[in-house]
Design a protein around this ligand. Sequence first.
Ligand code: IVH
Length: 676
Amino acid sequence: MNKNKLENLYKKKIKLLNNYNKYYYDKSEPLISDSKYDELKSEILVLEQKYTFLKSIISPSNIIGYKPSKNFKKFQHRVSMLSLSNAFSEEDLKNFEKRILNFISKNEEFKISYSAEPKIDGISASLTYKNGKFERGLSRGDGRVGEDITANLATIKDIPKEISNKDFPKDIDIRGEVFIKNSDFENLKVKFANPRNAASGSLRQKNPEDTKKIPLNFIAYTFGFERGLKQKKQSDYLKKLDEWGFKANPLNKIISGIKNLIHNYNEVEKQRANLDFDIDGIVYKINDFELQKRLGNVANAPRWAIAHKFSSNKAISKILDIDIQIGRTGALTPVAKIKPVNIGGVLVSNATLHNEDEINRKDIRIDDTVIIERAGDVIPHILSVDINKRTKKSNKFIFPNKCPSCGSKTEKEFNKVTKKIDAVRRCSSKDYYCDRISIEKLKHFVSKEAFNIDGLGKKIIEEFWKLKFIKFPQDIFQLDYKKIEKLEGWGTLSVENLKYSINQKKNISLERLIFALGIRHIGLENAKLLSKHFISFSRFQNLSKLKNYDDLLNIDGIGETQVSSIKRFFANEINIKVLVELGKSLVIKNVLAKEQNGLLKDKSFLVTGKLNGISRAEVKSLIEENSGKIASSVSNKLNYLIIGDKPTRRKVETAKALKIKIINQDDFLKMLNKTS
Ligand code: IVH
């Protein structure tokens, strides 16, 4: 069969499958038997495996279940739903604890109690109860805004509708996981790849009656907003949940010491196969709420919790080819195209090879038989090569010394901080001189945490680039919508929607804008720090004129690596032009100072020397929480110099000369009505 005919056959089968899906999920009237449905789905997957050019985004291996048929109303979470950082080893856990101890300035002898809770692999939900009544249930959404799925959640028997206990808080968001038991999933296997997808699909049904047909469960483990919660520890809260009529995980434990955490992890992992629900790790949370509060969050994850992930699923396959992908920072990432293989319910056809060193170390070659590992949401990677299966004619893989996109030479940089040569090879072009880098930069620009433009995803960026509609970020705001309307697949309505979402995003915070520029080493957290420092877009832009880059080193959290990357960004005149053009199209909001009513209002501080029992990071967050400012140097604008052990003499002397108040740690804490 020729390519065209195969493609038509493939598309026809998918169309048919989608129609069956629609009747099953949307209308609850299955048109065919489960086995017939399964047969059709495998036919499609077999076609894809045999003719890899066929695989497309419409493949049933990507779309599981029929796409949600209802646009749910959106609501902002009163307290954001955070995610968790991951740990994969004992080393990661030790670092996690070290970071906490550093933050609170304690040594290893300080014992931390953790609530160790199996991490259920389901869908999280937030349930608002007011005066004991279940009022609204939201999905996680993007963590800030969720979808109103109250009616569907109300069908779950584990979710109490009314709670009359006297000690139940007047107003609280109870949060937990919705999931399907493995035994119940047996009957749903045909339609969904795994229990998690089944839970997600049924929570998003148009008709709650359809949700009701699927046996969903709910386990509670945390809370969001609350008024009147009396418990001071996670363990007490978990106990209370049970009294209030929720289910908590019976495998939750209180543990301290990394060795004991590892012991529990191994024990639970042994039980994993026998549990009736999927877990993908253990969540450790600091048990004491006061300490949790003191530690706070970094970006969108708490400092006081971490998910210790279980090792993954593995499978054997063959490397068909090695592709080189170029990222927005010019990094060349080798990707193995493998013979598609099913790992834990997901069809895997790509595996990352990380970098050149990794290929050399493992001597990975095209045609090799390999073990692939897939852990959670992480991109699958190659664990090892079966050397016995290697053919004589196989050659070592030669990593390209020229960029496959623009032909510039590729190089490995010397890292000044680690004093080592990087493992990653990069295209040596400046921003926007290499087409691939430009496209990847544009994708980053519109991505969720940057401009978050609905309807302008990666595929469309690629398409618009090919058509020369966009080359630089500013072009997004000057699109010719008439031309887009003429493209295949676009209509008046979709163009109107795109125009609307782009226009809406013309109002942007400085923080998001800086992040969107995709400057290497400037992630979300650093963009936030920089925006606080610059306050306005024009001051950020002025950096290219004033060239006062070294001042940035005074920002806590910004180091030499970041500063030299920012310098490099401003040294490229295209970037300067991009900023000028963006400035014309956008309304960039200045950073608003936090509520100015705190105890340290209108006061600025600088710390020199080592403090006792409190870290710099904590002092900094205390100052900010109380509306104070952190100065970057001793100048006549500074109000207080806080001195600890072994202060920098020059700072103390300058402060004295300028008649700035010099205080110690106790004086500072007294200003906040605290003692050390
Ligand atoms: S606590 C800030 N506890 O894991 C704390 N999450 O990666 C965030 N999860 O979205 C949630 N079991 O869906 C917490 N015992 C548990 C959990 C748990 C599963 C999920 C939850 C969350 C994700 C975070």
